[in-house]
Design a binder for this molecule. Structure first.
Ligand code: T4K
Length: 379
């Protein structure tokens, strides 16, 4: 949790401050009819009509077979591991939000950190094999910033060693790869619909799965393990998405294409304006396979001041860029004692965590704001 979460969070209007992100919110009046339906039906949760509609609508929109909605992405990650009965050790990246590794600890699984590729900042497939032991049962990569992992290489290793693959796809809503959804890769893929994500349901998440049987197991697990009124088949959790969240998701889907398009425009503008700023490197090349969920820059040694000094300089100008993902997950107290958390094992992740700064990007960000941000960076 960030320092801003430690106190009660209040996010004033964007004309006072520019945040790393702001949730996309359709006009409030458009949401009222959805609320009226919920009030009339008195169905608030437990797989009601909006929950069912959103699962179907998301399958259609994303081009995947089955989706199980969750109250948030973290519960979805925890449940995905249980659904596949993952145990022992799981190979994962330290360059992510803490929830990725926490989901392993919640299942009594030992995370094994493997370094990232310095260009993509995703798990480096060429380093995975060396970390496999007889206890390894799965790989949990992250499509960091919505940029697809090297899914073919990861799948090849998983097939060779009989490992499961669960993608933390929290950043990867709507991301395509070679014309189809990147969420189709792996045994399961987990989305987050948190307020800070490209597609938000206030809080929310989902597991994407390839077959009806697995979806059924996940549906049991997210509802205490209930199969029917008198049958409980697993020590499941309460991970269900409520009707209000699902209804909001249905409304968001009507706006998502425009919201993604606006992110593309902002991404393009940043790249143009930053092209001549010495010492600043834009991470993702402009390509259609990302959803522009983040706009990370790398502050290189030839930039006039350090990354942290730039972060502070922007804050002084009321621009709240964020150092996602610093500190590395492997540096937090519950992980740093693990042999794989040693800095010498993770040089690329260490370097990235010391250089990265995520600049504001969200649909309501004005071009003028992007100019203002880049003016502050161009010292
Ligand atoms: N895996 C990955 C790879 C993830 O990135 C995440 C979540 C997860 C798993 C877990 O999914 P969930 O369980 O969250 O569904 C934020 C989010 O809380 C977190 O969801 C997200 N990743 C992570 C990368 O970022 P913080 O601590 O940086 O959030 P916060 O409150 O500082 O918000 C950042 C900015 O967003 C604020 O400065 C202003 C704006 N904001 C935020 C909220 C919550 C708003 O304008 N309105 C809001 O309601 O963690």
């Amino acid at each position: 949790m960030s320092a801003s979460n430690a106190v009660r969070a209040v996010y004033p209007a964007a004309d006072e401050r520019i945040y790393v992100t702001q949730p996309y919110l359709p006009p409030l009046r458009e949401f009222i009819p959805y609320l009226e339906k919920i009030w009339n039906s008195k169905t608030l949760t437990n797989g009601g009509p909006f929950h069912q509609q959103l699962e179907k609508a998301l399958c259609d929109y994303l081009g995947v077979e089955h989706i199980a909605l969750f109250a948030n992405g973290t519960l979805a990650l925890v449940t995905a591991l249980q659904a596949l009965r993952v145990t022992g050790e799981v190979i994962t990246t330290p360059y992510t939000f803490v929830a990725t590794a926490h989901s392993l600890l919640w299942n009594g699984i030992k995370p094994v950190f493997v370094d990232i590729d310095p260009d993509t900042l995703n798990l480096d497939p060429s380093k995975i094999e060396a970390a496999i032991t007889p206890q390894t049962t799965a790989i949990m990569p992250v499509h960091c910033y919505g940029r697809p992992c090297n899914v073919e290489a990861i799948q090849k290793i998983a097939d060779n060693y009989n490992l499961k693959v669960i993608y933390d796809a929290a950043h990867a809503f709507g991301v395509q790869r070679d014309g189809s959804s990147v969420l189709r890769w792996g045994d399961l893929a987990v989305l987050s619909f948190h307020a800070t994500k490209v597609f938000n349901t206030f809080e929310g998440g989902a597991i994407v799965c390839p077959d009806a049987r697995t979806k059924q197991r996940i549906d049991h697990l997210k509802n205490f393990g209930f199969v029917d009124e008198v049958t409980v088949v697993a020590p499941g959790i309460n991970g269900k998405m409520s009707e209000v969240n699902a209804a909001f998701g249905m409304l968001q889907l009507q706006h998502i294409d425009r919201a993604l398009e606006r992110r593309k425009e902002i991404d393009r503008l940043y790249r143009t304006l930053l092209a001549d700023v010495k010492g600043v490197r834009c991470l993702n090349p402009e390509e259609d396979s990302t959803n522009r969920s983040y706009f990370p820059i790398l502050v290189e040694p030839d930039y006039p001041i350090s990354r942290d000094a730039l972060y502070q300089h922007l804050r002084d100008e009321n621009i709240h860029a964020r150092r996602y993902f610093y500190p590395l997950v492997s540096d937090f107290p519950m992980y740093r004692g693990l042999p794989s958390a040693n800095a010498s094992n993770l040089p690329n992740a260490k370097a990235a965590a010391s250089k990265v700064l995520c600049l504001p990007i969200y649909p309501d960000l004005a071009d003028d704001d992007v100019h203002r941000i880049v003016n502050c960076i161009d010292l």
